[in-house]
Design a protein around this ligand. Sequence first.
Ligand SMILES: Nc1ncnc2c1ncn2[C@@H]1O[C@H](COP(=O)(O)OP(=O)(O)O)[C@@H](O)[C@H]1O
Ligand SMILES: [Mg+2]
Length: 381
Amino acid sequence: MTSGNLPAVFSTFVGRRRDIAAIRSRLETARLVTLTGVGGVGKTRLALEAATSMRKGFPDGVWLVDLASVRDPAAVAGATTTALSVPDLGARPVSDRLADHLARRRTLIVLDNCEHLADACARLAHALLSAAPGLRVLATSRASLGITGESVFTVPPLSVPDEAVELLRDRAEAVRPSFRITDANRDVAMRLCERLDGLPLAIELAATRLRTLTVEQLGARLEDRFALLTGGSRTARPHQRTLRALIDWSHDLCSPGEQLLWRRLSVFAGGFDLEAAEEVCCGDGVPRSEILDLLDRLVTQSVVLTAENDSRPQYRMLETIREYGRGRLAESGEERRLLRRHRDFFRALAESSAAAWYGPGQEDGLARLRAHHGNLRVALE
Ligand SMILES: Nc1ncnc2c1ncn2[C@@H]1O[C@H](COP(=O)(O)OP(=O)(O)O)[C@@H](O)[C@H]1O
Ligand SMILES: [Mg+2]
């Protein structure tokens, strides 16, 4: 029996026990819980951890629907159907078929990244929840969906110092195995985490610098950076600005080639593989032979993440990082050209899969098409 499609996550999850308990208990009374908060505060990761911890209660599966690459509100139901592997049969509206499919099942759906599609998500959630008494929905969104019965849980930053320092330590150890928090650097590490408002994404980006810098050096650099931004005043910054500052800083520390690749990779939706990156992103300043090396360096800086997928190495970016790259791409004046190359690449991929449909390569082709679902949708648009 299928039990869902939650992705495997390889990095350590830190703290949040009380948040998970709170979400679980809310889902016992409310049937739709929305996790809200700024980008990078940890909504998606928390939703995945909470959902994983509830798997036993949902014999028909816990399913993740990532809506980041969906632009068209009319496509939300279709994306959900695809994620849940509901057979695509008949001429009835997709949402009706989904409702039928879920009606007698006990299922948890995680609707991730609803912010740009709040109305469509609200409508779909309402329709499905009315039709399926055994369904629960856990949504993540920068703002609430605004339907009756929704329980909104504002995701707090990690607690400082405990959880935040633990995350810093864990991620620093990953890039420098000898890294330790000691009596000598604990205070600096605490101050650093405070400076980063306990935002997990900001901490992860900063931690990658501990490969070569000491905590003291890193702290001093960030102090300078924030002083520059706030004209030296120490007034509290909104979390968006803290994170923006960290992403800007990470970007500034990238070589010109890495910056170029970062913004070009942002055309991909829902991940990419090496071949796609080479084909779509090479040229005009980046020879194809350098892409792998640049990609590796973006991985070590936590700009690009790796994910094992059907034994094919897949890369992806967190939505906040990808959006930042898209902004840079728009400024660079090469957005249209990149989008066209992206479209051409995935058109060719779809065509070659169609040609191999009845041949021995069918299984592979299908797996690859499935892995590139988000990209195919963007290419179509
Ligand atoms: N409690 C946590 N423990 C470990 N890593 C975390 C935790 N919360 C968030 N992260 C990491 O921080 C980054 C940003 O989190 P994410 O869930 O993508 O934020 P959001 O969905 O709010 O934009 C991700 O790399 C995520 O794995
Ligand atoms: Mg998210």
